[in-house]
Design a protein around this ligand. Structure first.
Ligand code: ATP
Ligand code: MG
Ligand code: MG
Length: 548
């Protein structure tokens, strides 16, 4: 076929297919540890792995790498399943749990012990680290390195049975304490952890390390290409060593650059801290870079998939500009979001020469002729945005000024005749008159004005609360700072209490996206909105608001 490889991983897979290495099968997986909610970096990995499986007519597994009982939880498992489904990565019931392989992994470890390739070590974690050596010095061999196979088998079995306390023993691979690759200097395979596992309960008190477990998980599931992030590149020799020593089915590990996004942090540890210390309103706070946060914010799965496509796959780490993600969501919503009118900061206008109510026709989406039109009520009293009027405007202000004219979207050109103030000198309302010959689309007049503004009928509208968001951090790369919490943007969340929405939004549902004309894209907040108190989230501002 004449398909062009999408990135270097496709090229590697094409080569494997040519040489018939995996019988032309392609089988990928996404292997999250259920110790937090998924973030946009995980979304990239999901799109990549699922996309490859789909493009090669292969298979895609969702696998929980649940090998660390202390940090994992069923809540995270549930959220991950929901998020992967929402993104559209169809794993067709192919859900697996690494903890289901613990027995098998144990047997493999026994095999290595029997081969003289693994030993029980009584050094503490600190002692092991301290005897690892340096770049120039080889590591020091453990005094327990030459235990007999019989002794190792006995001790390992007793580790499993729970005879020893946490940290008192490990099982280590016997490789090479002088290897230039630190990962090969007798790495730990098992630690003793007496803790309840969210799935296995108290069945186990020895837990496999990532390096020992991961290749086995891939091998057991028949994964062909095990795609992971760059920091595992120098773990690959160990991945290969274990599988070669066991002489079992051997997938290919391939590394790519992880996604880092500007103005946010992406490590689960940091995200957990933001949640626990209540800097944000949970994992799905709309400012969080989590999939659930983006969902609540109004991002669509399409926009995130498109973003993953746009940024591509690289071999070098970089910081991706968050504006690329904003571009992706605007691009999608521009095509699909229904246009409506909403006033965030209402200023009342009395239209002195309007005495009858009128129904006007409004276009639902100029980008989509099939979206049709709707009726909106035009009444004697309306609201406009307070900042669309200025008593002493600067040059170039094309909206409403005393004695000046502006067009009301879908309605008429109006003129400001009188500014009404209270005793404190604050503007309370404007008295304006319409030019009846300027009705949108049908008016007889050729009159042109520079500005068009949105409005809502003061008689027919609904009240809503609107949440406006900005970037969570004030600097591009907060993750690089020791005191990263000092860079949280204090103005990243703003509540607008008394917004006025056009009536058509009465039945707005969670999951629908709207463009509030000139203000941005918005959605119903899935956490706080209800029939009595509608709450909308701003997904993103408009790049280009139409001429003001
Ligand atoms: P974190 O560093 O945020 O804790 P992690 O790598 O420990 O993430 P896992 O649950 O182990 O989290 O990740 C599951 C998969 O997602 C891994 O294959 C990992 O390579 C991939 N992944 C994690 N973070 C990113 C990222 N920022 N960009 C791309 N892929 C990622
Ligand atoms: Mg990990
Ligand atoms: Mg991690």
């Amino acid at each position: 076929d004449d398909r062009k490889p999408k990135n270097f991983i496709y090229e590697l897979i094409d080569k494997d297919n040519e040489s018939n290495r995996f019988q032309k099968k392609v089988h990928t997986r996404f292997p999250p540890e259920p110790n937090g909610y998924l973030h946009i970096g995980h979304a990239k990995a999901i799109c990549l792995n699922y996309g490859i499986a789909k493009d090669y007519n292969g298979k895609f597994n969702l696998r929980f790498d649940d090998t660390n009982p202390e940090k994992e939880d069923q809540e995270y498992v549930d959220s991950i399943i929901e998020d992967v489904k929402w993104l559209g990565a169809d794993f067709e019931n192919r859900i697996f749990y690494a903890s289901d392989y613990f027995e098998k992994m144990y047997e493999y470890a026994v095999q290595l012990i029997k081969k003289g390739k693994a030993y029980v070590c009584d050094l503490s974690a600190d002692e092991i680290r301290d005897t690892r050596g340096t770049l120039t010095e080889p590591g020091k061999e453990s005094p327990f390195r030459n235990r007999t196979i019989e002794e190792n088998l006995d001790l390992f079995e007793r580790m499993r049975k729970g005879e020893f306390p946490n940290g008192s023993k490990t099982l280590r691979a016997k490789i090479d304490m002088a290897s230039p690759n630190f990962n090969l200097r007798d790495p730990i395979m098992y630690r003793i952890i007496h803790a309840e596992h969210h799935r296995q309960g108290n069945k186990w008190c020895i837990y496999p390390t990532y390096d020992w477990a991961h290749g086995l998980e891939d091998s057991i599931e028949g994964i062909t290409h095990s795609i992971c992030t760059l920091e595992f590149e120098n773990h690959r020799p160990l991945y290969d060593w274990f599988l070669d020593e066991l002489a079992i089915y051997h997938p290919q590990q391939i590394e790519f650059a992880r996604l880092n996004l500007s103005y946010t942090v992406m490590s689960k540890r940091k995200l957990l801290q933001l949640v626990k210390e209540k800097y944000v309103d949970g994992w799905d706070d709309p400012r969080m870079p989590t999939i659930s946060g983006f969902r609540r914010r109004g991002y669509t799965p399409e926009s995130i998939r498109n973003f993953a496509d746009i940024i591509g796959v690289a071999k070098r780490d970089a910081l991706t500009d968050i504006s690329l993600l904003e571009f992706a969501i605007r691009d999608d919503l521009n095509k699909h979001a229904k246009r409506v009118m909403c006033v965030l900061d209402p200023l009342k206008i009395v239209l002195t020469n309007v005495n009858e109510e009128e129904e006007l026709e409004a276009i639902n989406n100029p980008e989509d002729p099939n979206a049709g039109t709707r009726k909106i009520k035009f009444t004697k009293e309306i609201f406009i945005e307070r900042n669309d009027f200025m008593e002493n405007p600067p040059k170039g202000f094309h909206r409403l000024v005393p004695g000046g004219e502006v067009r009301l979207r879908y309605a008429y050109i109006i003129k400001c005749d009188e500014v009404i103030k209270n005793e404190n000198g604050e503007i309370v309302e404007l008295h304006c008159s319409i030019d009846p010959d300027t009705k949108s689309g049908v008016g007889k007049s050729n009159k042109k004005v520079k500005g068009t503004i949105h409005w809502v009928s003061a008689k027919y509208n609904i009240d809503a609360e609107v949440h406006l968001y900005d970037r969570l951090f004030t600097i591009e790369n907060p993750g690089a700072e020791e005191n990263w919490l000092n860079f949280i943007n204090p103005n990243s969340f703003q509540v607008v209490k008394n917004a006025k929405l056009e009536l058509s939004l009465k039945d707005a549902n969670v999951g629908e996206n709207y463009q509030f004309e000139r203000l941005g894209y918005f959605c119903v907040d899935s956490k706080y909105s209800n029939k009595e108190n509608l709450v909308f989230n701003r997904t993103v501002t408009l790049k280009d608001s139409w001429k003001q």
